[in-house]
Design a protein around this ligand. Structure first.
Ligand SMILES: *Cc1c(COP(=O)(O)O)cnc(C)c1O
Length: 427
């Protein structure tokens, strides 16, 4: 597999390099030079999730990893289903929250962990990351128990929810969590210090596992096919997919699925009031505003970092950006929609509800709508309970971790102290 840097086209890398490096020169994103093309999509849809996903990912990766290797990576990464549920006669939900951290990021995070392990030379690897909540959990669970890989996660003590903390600070083994007496920015600054320290970097095999890694997007392509496989042929023929979007990785993966052959008539990008993209699609002006906190806080992003990949793909496919549907939803409308959905018999959470609302508004006669449910309702229990006047139960994984002991160590926001710790656990 060959990829190029979309900012500096002369920088070309293999899959292995792209996975290890994350970003290219000048902060440029990597993009595949060639896309595979599946002509017999019906045959692909007849396969089971793991077999089909292995075929898709192998077609991307090419001869860099054997099909058997890719299959075992997929088996390890995709150990939970992505079911489609009926919400109304015309609209279905793709539930992406049945993984260990109850959000769709488990798919990308786990495949990235498998990819990194598969392409790393025999030496040790240390993943160092700072989290303000959710990414930490997905990264911790994705790498948990993997040989030769240590994970160190920094988070601001007392500034993430107790439940979030329990979800990733109770694992132990190769997962090391550090509660920093400081802010999220302090944590990020120390991660940066570590990457700037060449001696440390070499000693512990430092790597970042960040969110723009191409392996994540490749994994996410697979669940669009999985959704289509669960719909009827008639539903598939006029399929419109709505994606709740923040950094726009999910939508990029959907468009890639279409580019390699999945027949999707139209995509709709749904955002909260952080609506840089819907405004851009309407006016042609890219004018990010300061980020506003909302109920759907995983989408509180006003400078979406995957957007350049969408423009690149559309340009290469000859698709006009005006073919993309879009809409933005306020918190008030989100709550109202969540309630209406619940009254109609479907329990959702703010991110999914936003996608449902915009889909419902824009769907036309004869079309079938699918929206992505990116998180389990219990992950946003406080707001969901308040809006619905319910006390929704914690699902198994959350309840299990909630009862376990915290294993974090506590440190001041002091790089010298962190460096010593890193050398001790990973050196
Ligand atoms: C990350 C996240 C999103 C946004 O996904 P992008 O790929 O960044 O657009 C939406 N919902 C939830 C629950 C998330 O965690």
């Amino acid at each position: 597999m060959k990829l190029y840097n979309i900012k500096e086209n002369d920088e070309q890398v293999s899959f292995g390099q792209a996975v290890k490096q994350g970003l290219g020169r000048n902060q440029g994103l990597f993009f595949p030079s060639e896309l595979p093309k599946f002509d017999d999509v019906d045959a692909l849809l007849d396969k089971d999730f793991v077999s089909r996903s292995s075929d898709i990912l192998s077609a991307f990766i090419g001869d860099e990893l054997s099909p058997e290797t890719v299959r075992s990576m997929v088996e390890n990464a995709f150990q939970f289903p992505a079911p489609v549920e009926k919400v109304t006669d015309q609209i279905s939900a793709l539930e992406l929250f049945h993984g260990p951290t109850l959000a769709f990021k488990d798919f990308g995070g786990r495949f990235m962990a498998q990819s990194l392990a598969a392409v790393s030379d025999s030496g040790k690897v240390t993943i160092l990351t700072a989290t303000s909540g959710d990414t930490g959990a997905a990264v911790a669970h994705a790498f948990y128990g993997m040989e030769n890989i240590n994970v160190v996660i920094l988070y601001p003590k007392g500034k993430i929810s107790p439940l979030q903390e329990k979800l990733f600070c109770t694992l132990g083994g190769n997962i090391h969590t550090v509660a920093i007496n400081g802010t999220f920015d302090d944590c990020q600054a120390m991660v940066k210090n570590a990457f700037d320290d060449a001696e440390l970097r070499a000693a512990i095999g430092l790597n970042s596992a960040n969110s723009i890694n191409i392996s994540r997007l490749m994994a996410q392509i697979c669940y669009y096919f999985e959704a289509a496989s669960q719909l009827t042929k008639a539903q598939r023929e006029n399929l419109v997919v709505a994606v709740p979007s923040g950094n726009f990785g999910n939508l990029t993966a959907g468009l890639l699925a279409k580019a390699i052959g999945l027949p999707i008539k139209r995509f709709i990008a749904a955002t909260n009031v952080n609506d840089t993209v819907p405004r851009y699609l309407q006016t042609g002006e890219w004018t990010p505003e300061p980020t506003i906190p909302t109920l759907s806080n995983a989408m509180d992003v006003s400078q979406p970092n995957n957007w350049p990949r969408i423009e690149e793909l559309c340009q290469r496919q000859g698709w006009g950006l005006n073919e993309l549907g879009a809409g933005a939803v306020t918190d008030e409308q989100t709550a109202e929609t969540l309630k209406a959905m619940f009254d109609g018999g479907y329990l959702c959470e703010p991110h999914g509800a936003i996608a449902y609302r915009v889909l419902d508004e824009q769907l036309q006669d004869g079309e079938h709508g699918l929206f992505l449910c990116t998180a389990h309702p219990a992950k946003f229990k406080e707001s969901v309970d308040e809006i619905l006047g319910q006390d929704i139960p914690l699902p198994g994984p959350l309840a299990k971790h909630a009862a376990m002991e915290l294993l974090s160590v506590e440190q001041d926001a002091d790089f010298a102290q962190l460096r010593e710790y890193l050398m001790k656990v990973a050196g």
